[in-house]
Ligand binder design. Sequence first.
Ligand code: NAD
Ligand code: UGA
Length: 444
Amino acid sequence: MNVVCIGAGYVGSVTAAAFAEWGHHTTVVDIDPRKIELMNAGQSPIYEPGLETLIARHAGTRLFASTAYDGIRDADVVFIAVGTPSTPSGGADTTYVAAAARRIGEHLNGERFTVIVNKSTVPVGTADLVASLVEEASGLQEGTHFAVASNPEFLREGFAVLDVLGPDRIVVGTGHDRTRSVLRQLYERLLSAAPATVYFETDVRTAELIKYASNAFLAMKISYVNEMARLCEAVGANALELAHGMGLDSRIGGKFLQVSSGWSGSCFPKDTQELALLGRHYDCELSLVEAAIASNERMHRYCIDKLRRRLKTLNGKRVGILGLTFKPDTDDARVTQAAAMIRALLEFGSQVRVHDPQGMEMFRRYYPELSVRYCGKAEETAHGADALLLLTHWEEYRSLDWPGMHAAMRQPYILDTRNFLHPPALQALGFRLEGLGVERSAFG
Ligand code: NAD
Ligand code: UGA
């Protein structure tokens, strides 16, 4: 089939490469010429494990990239995978989706039936919006010349290639038989290569809402375990073993029970906000979602307070930050817990040195107002530091020059917000190491 994917970001570039892998003639369209050049040269426009290999395998044969929308004319399926960031009021900004829909409409000529698919995470009702914008721009009629469906994406950054090539489920929302059969045909190769994947068809609005309900549920699960970690600290229990013990119940499951300084990233914060707003808009308060958002903000503050208690005052103290991205194996530092926490440290008068293996460039671009010192090597964050704050559990942080870092610190204190480092080894070096929800010696 001829597939066009609008947007070459974290979702669009992986989706397009996957459709090429499944044998479809695929074109990626983006307004950013840098991403297009990279993809045509067989390179990845983002940092994502395994993506470059996939792109290189198909670039120029089945995978093409362009800044022009011309490929729309011959497309059987067009995916919209552009960003939907939060507006200042917390709702999802559909400006980019609307712009893409208009451009698609301008290029449709009605010679073939085209299915337009919202892959971006979009508010309930956006399929209707896209349909009317395409009708307006093309003069064609939805249902006859084209149709709009919802097919939300559930990939995780850092695992995007694996998630797209073998997802738990594919959710398709449409009311048209013809659209249903086009999309079934599109996914045929995936379903035979990954037989465990469940293909689930529903109506458009339900599909749109499944995406938000799923992300908010995962966010609530993390917030719940983070609150339990705070309770563990108060009563002297062990949050690692608590999570393990809870997860042994197959109804609960062990995934997404890792304690942290809070969930963040370009998706959970904006999607929980949009869902909460939708609930308020329809007079259907989603108090659990609202509570998870508030609890998550308290978690950032809880970590800073813990650091403050240990150092007595943060004013004039030097704090080294290990990890800026919202989780490891990504360069994505767009909406990261690190920014909120660094902002608080600076407000308390601390001097902050930071390191991240992949995310420093993006962090600098998104948070130019945060006056921190960027360190090329993780070890440099320890120079003269009163504390190290580990925020992202990058694997390489396990094997830093810890003896050298101990020697370089003014006070050898580490707050490991991911309970990730190995306490006996660090304690043997003379570090005072604390995690979240656990006794110092009880994690690793
Ligand atoms: P992104 O910012 O990485 O990429 C969006 C791309 O769209 C950018 O390259 C931008 O230049 C391009 N673009 C914007 N307007 C355009 C236009 N009119 N025509 C062509 N290209 C245009 O965003 P992302 O992280 O890939 O997210 C895309 C959507 O997918 C969002 O709705 C997001 O919520 C959702 N989503 C993201 C993830 C994730 O892990 N990042 C996972 C599931 C769903
Ligand atoms: C999340 C969802 O997992 C994807 O299914 C979804 O497609 C995506 O959002 C989206 O809609 O964009 P992602 O944002 O890539 O994926 O990252 P996650 O792995 O879900 O982590 C989100 C945040 O929660 C990170 O800050 C992470 O460190 C934190 N987290 C995750 C925890 O604190 N504890 C956990 O147990 C798991």
